[in-house]
Design a protein around this ligand. Sequence first.
Ligand SMILES: C[S@@+](CC[C@H](N)C(=O)[O-])C[C@H]1O[C@@H](n2cnc3c(N)ncnc32)[C@H](O)[C@@H]1O
Length: 172
Amino acid sequence: MAFRLFEGKEHAAVYQKFRFPPPEEIKNTVLKNVSFPHVLAVDIGCGTGQVSRSLAPHFEKIIGVDISEAQLEEARKETNLTNVKYIKCHAEDLPADDGSVDLITAAHAAHWFDKEKFLKEANRVLKPGGCMALFGFTTEIDFSFPGVNPGRLTDIFEEVRQFINTYSHEEK
Ligand SMILES: C[S@@+](CC[C@H](N)C(=O)[O-])C[C@H]1O[C@@H](n2cnc3c(N)ncnc32)[C@H](O)[C@@H]1O
């Protein structure tokens, strides 16, 4: 089931105005884990596009996807970058060929997705050895995937969350 809390135009405009881009440290940590060449990145739940735009200097092409047209409209207003495109679609049904994506990002968004369908779709579109970076302030997310020990993905996410928390402001 998709959660539709980001549909309002006014909400999207405020989001664009006040949402800050990802810290350089997080972006650099993610990029260190992406093999070359950096061809295609897909930023899922891109909202008004802060992460999509930040990836523009590093990839030939970035596709920002979101289920909210209002968020995407704001994202499109913000950029004249020719290598960033925004498409309305679900995280669980991505507009990318099998094995074509070098990096998937989802910033402050993966907790909204249907985890099982999303992970299957991510597995379909990622290149072998491709990188998936899910980050955000959200506290607890459970992941499961066929053939992976129950809790293993959740443990990995929790480990990353603890690491990212070290960059948080003290007033969490
Ligand atoms: C908290 S916002 C984060 C936006 C942006 N990534 C950022 O860091 O500012 C979460 C976004 O995920 C989108 N979203 C929620 N569920 C989704 C789904 N199933 N597929 C695609 N986008 C989704 C929402 O519309 C919203 O724009």
